[in-house]
Design a protein around this ligand. Structure first.
Ligand code: ZN
Length: 97
């Protein structure tokens, strides 16, 4: 039987905010460390997402948002270093709430 690993770096909604799915299954604290439900320590890896903040879709200043993404090395495959682009609404178009 081949062990199926989940793709790491998934988020889920909690109280309207995106949180890391793997952390909802873990015990621990920010700054101390998390332990997954399987007993393995949660690790973090860097993921870089290009920021699309230009006036046209897929355009931008070339900035990259790097963040540390938690994953369980036992249950999940490490998240892709190249993260999903962050589509930022262009100022003036979308700053209306
Ligand atoms: Zn695990």
């Amino acid at each position: 039987m081949v062990e199926q690993k989940r793709q790491g770096g998934r988020t889920t909604k909690k109280d309207g905010e995106d949180i890391w799915l793997v952390l909802t299954e873990s015990e621990g604290k920010e700054g101390v460390g998390f332990t997954h439900s399987c007993g393995e320590e949660i690790q973090g890896t860097s993921v870089a997402s290009p920021i699309w903040d230009g006036p046209f879709r897929m355009s931008g200043s070339g900035r990259v948002h790097t963040q540390t993404v938690p994953f369980c090395p036992k249950c999940e495959t490490p998240p892709d270093y190249h993260g999903a682009p962050i589509d930022v609404p262009y100022p003036g178009v979308a700053n209306k709430f």
